[in-house]
Design a binder for this molecule. Structure first.
Ligand SMILES: *Cc1c(COP(=O)(O)O)cnc(C)c1O
Length: 428
């Protein structure tokens, strides 16, 4: 594959956009080389500016669960656009998508739409703080909840200590209210509750983590968080920006059978438009302005273009729930195929998978939290990534990102992908 034009476009972009990209992971920093510039996409494929066709396992980081440029979504958006893109006034479409989302997801009565997953998580935490009258929030090392101040906190040396910001620009004062715990380690959470009894407003967690590779919650872990929250009067926030409407109609709550107090959404819920949302039961949601004192707003929030894309997407998933099964079967097929090949070539690896999320880690250690995920051999991942790209397969350009399958992928595409692994495995 030749990526000449992409390289030239990237060089030009770097002159005017910091790092040439509008979101850092796109820049290929952790795998080296320069990113592929996309011209268009349809179904399971991306078409780049050099005329290459790539099989896509990013799905715009999740939203394109039914494949790119999915007709019902594109039609809904084009029809809406002709009538105007934003009015800053209520529209019926907002109620339609809200009603549908509430019917699909367990334990929520009301939902509010914003413009990104970041905004959704930021607003969910404000609501939890406003509702409980407490300041501190527990998050887990390796979980990503968007780029707002309170969440850009790293583990540092001790998970039990106050967080320190891992980006300049995050005030220490903000960081000190974010407490860090270890994924799959309920004791680390219990310790934080015991030390900060009446100060913890909420736990925020990716119920199935996708931002340190795909990591599954072990038996009893989330149940333990639920009971700690109940015991100490804190709220449990499930960040379902990745898992919502991807693992099942009702997301991780439905799949795992655990009730969250607040749920955040993004990605699939917008059908590829900039949409996020947060939802809860009436008692909590009614604390939001204009009903209650917790302020939250947005000029373009719930705009008709974004809402029509999201509504078309959710309608498809609601009417064709077999999609989730089909996706899971495809992902399992890919999992088995890649594992068989890597085993054949003696490449040490772990594959984690849940529904249509999957990640390959080049390590001998079981990957169950951020530290074990970080044991992955990044040199091997780089070779794997570029080897696959050369075969026309676009994987997330970071070992810490989950792959997202879309239902437009055919078994031929999956076989092609597995064969590509067979080709490059000897060089790993
Ligand atoms: C992507 C993501 C976010 C942030 O969403 P943006 O739309 O990128 O702001 C938050 N939480 C999780 C779990 C995510 O995967």
């Amino acid at each position: 594959m030749i990526y000449q034009r992409s390289s030239a476009l990237f060089a030009e972009a770097e002159k005017y956009i910091p790092g040439g990209v509008n979101s850092p992971v796109r820049a290929f920093k952790s795998v080296g080389g320069t990113p592929v510039f996309i011209e268009k996409a349809k179904g399971a494929y991306l078409y780049d500016e050099d005329g290459n066709r790539l099989i896509d396992y990013i799905a715009s980081w999740g939203p394109m669960i039914l494949g790119h440029a999915h007709d019902p979504v594109i039609n809904a958006v084009t029809e809406k656009a002709k009538k105007g893109t934003s009015f800053g006034m209520p529209t019926e479409t907002e109620t339609e998508i809200a009603k549908l989302a509430v019917s699909m997801v367990p334990n929520i009565d009301k939902i509010r739409f914003v413009n990104s997953g970041t905004e959704a998580c930021m607003s969910a935490v404000r609501l939890a703080r406003g509702y409980t009258g407490r300041d501190k929030v527990i998050k887990f090392a390796g979980c990503y909840h968007g780029h707002s101040d309170a969440f850009l906190i790293q583990a540092g040396s001790g998970a039990m200590t106050f967080g320190t910001p891992n980006s300049p620009g995050v005030p220490r004062g903000t960081a000190k209210d974010t407490l860090l715990a270890t994924y799959n380690d309920p004791e680390s959470v219990k310790t934080l509750f015991e030390a900060n009894k009446d100060d913890i407003a909420a736990i925020i967690i990716e119920p199935i983590a996708g931002n340190m590779g795909c990591i599954l919650p072990e038996k009893g872990f989330l149940e333990g968080l639920r009971s700690l929250c109940d015991e100490y009067g804190a709220l449990l926030i499930f960040d379902e920006v990745m898992t919502g409407f991807r693992l099942a109609k009702g997301g991780a709550q439905e799949v795992l059978g655990i009730r969250a107090d607040i749920v955040t959404f993004g990605k699939v819920i917008g059908g590829g438009m900039p949409v996020g949302a947060f939802a809860s039961r009436n008692e909590i949601m009614d604390h939001l302005a204009p009903l209650g004192p917790v302020y939250q707003a947005g000029t373009l929030s719930g705009n008709p273009l974004a809402m029509s894309a999201g509504l078309a997407m959710l309608t498809e998933l609601d009417q064709k729930p077999e999609t989730f099964k089909s996706l899971e079967e495809k992902t399992q097929y890919l999992h088995k195929g890649i594992a068989r090949i890597l085993n054949k070539h003696g490449v040490p690896h772990q594959i984690n998978r849940m529904g249509s999320m999957i990640s390959v880690h080049f390590t001998e250690v079981e990957v169950r939290d951020f530290d074990s995920s970080a044991t992955g051999n990044n040199d091997t991942f780089k070779k794997f990534f570029h080897g696959m790209l050369n075969e026309g397969i676009h994987l997330p350009p970071s070992a810490f990102e989950s792959w997202f399958l879309n239902d437009a992928l055919s078994y031929e595409d999956l076989d092609y992908t597995i064969n590509a692994v067979d080709k490059i495995a000897p060089s790993l």
